[in-house]
Design a protein around this ligand. Structure first.
Ligand code: SF4
Ligand code: SF4
Length: 287
């Protein structure tokens, strides 16, 4: 497809415009060697996520959060696969899901949140505020509760109960569809709750850095389990550390750095590595 700069009529405008704005904002914000590489990776994965217009839908699973109902989605969301497994009693999907997520996370831990997920990228651009409160710590397990609730609810209702109200689906599938085919969209009773959740999602990510990843993302909850055992580790060399705590100050997940370097909350963004003045932190593969 050749660009004729007629964005109003172009179905790909919902992808190109955010890409261009994102790249412009990010170029100013991503400082440091790892951050430049991370920006290139995030832009590439955003493009790949919407590449069905080139490759067609593949049926593979994303290792990050992006709605499979999106107009040009190439692959399936892990939560959508989990829902289908329980709602349709298609148990073989669980093997497929566990194999793919397990394989990626055994190698990289939760790095997909920091390097691949388009929703993570969006949160890096909105750059919420750093909030440290007791409520923040108490709310972090909420994402695990959501993940654990999805299988029984889908099994009992025989519906894709999470997709019905998912704000990421609302943002990346429902709204683009509405923009592209305003007369072809079928409204259901879930439309208003889903849009309320989209608004709530934006409030959350403007309120705090990586607010969605910290508190609500069930895909992040799925992958967090692997951080302690993954091959890729964030190593801390205490003998080099001068306790300046610059690493803690830049961490978007507000992890107790440098001591909690194996936390399940770490999205492997590498900001702490880029800022550390003594190279006391590093990504390393252990074999
Ligand atoms: S930024 Fe580096 S030197 Fe400073 S506290 Fe963190 S690990 Fe230590
Ligand atoms: S600990 Fe470092 S790599 Fe992990 S989320 Fe925080 S800044 Fe990113």
């Amino acid at each position: 497809m050749i660009c004729n700069l007629n964005c109003v009529a172009c179905p790909l405008a919902y992808l190109c415009i955010p890409l261009a704005i994102g790249a412009f904002i990010a170029l100013k914000r991503y400082r440091g060697g790892l951050q430049k590489k991370r920006l290139a990776s995030q832009l590439s994965f955003l493009l790949i996520s919407n590449a069905a217009f080139v490759f067609g839908a593949t049926g593979l699973i994303y290792t990050y959060f992006y709605c499979w109902e999106s107009p040009y989605a190439l692959m399936a969301c892990p939560i959508g696969v989990l829902e289908h497994a329980f709602a349709d009693r298609s148990w073989y999907l669980l093997v497929y899901l566990a194999g793919l997520i397990g394989f990626a996370c055994i190698i990289f831990g939760r790095a997909a949140c920091g390097w691949a997920c388009p929703i993570g990228f969006l949160q890096d651009l909105t750059k919420g505020r750093r909030i440290k409160s007791k409520l923040d710590s108490k709310m972090r397990p909420l994402k695990y509760a959501i993940l654990l609730a999805i299988p029984p609810v889908c099994y009992l209702t025989e519906k894709l109960a999470y997709t019905d109200i998912c704000p990421i689906g609302g943002l990346t599938a429902t709204l683009p569809y509405l923009a592209m085919e305003p007369n072809g969209y079928t409204f259901t009773v879930f439309f208003i709750p889903k849009m309320i959740n989209v608004v709530g999602f934006f409030i959350l990510i403007f309120l705090m850095t990586r607010g969605w990843c910290r508190h609500l993302c069930p895909v992040g909850a799925m992958m967090a389990q692997f951080n302690k055992i993954s091959l890729l580790q964030l190593k801390y060399y205490e003998e080099k550390c001068i306790k300046c705590f610059k690493c803690a100050a830049v961490c978007p997940m507000q992890i107790n750095m440098p001591y909690d370097n194996r936390s399940g909350e770490c999205i492997r963004c590498g900001k702490c590595i880029d800022i550390c003045p003594t190279n006391a932190l590093a990504f390393e593969f252990r074999w």
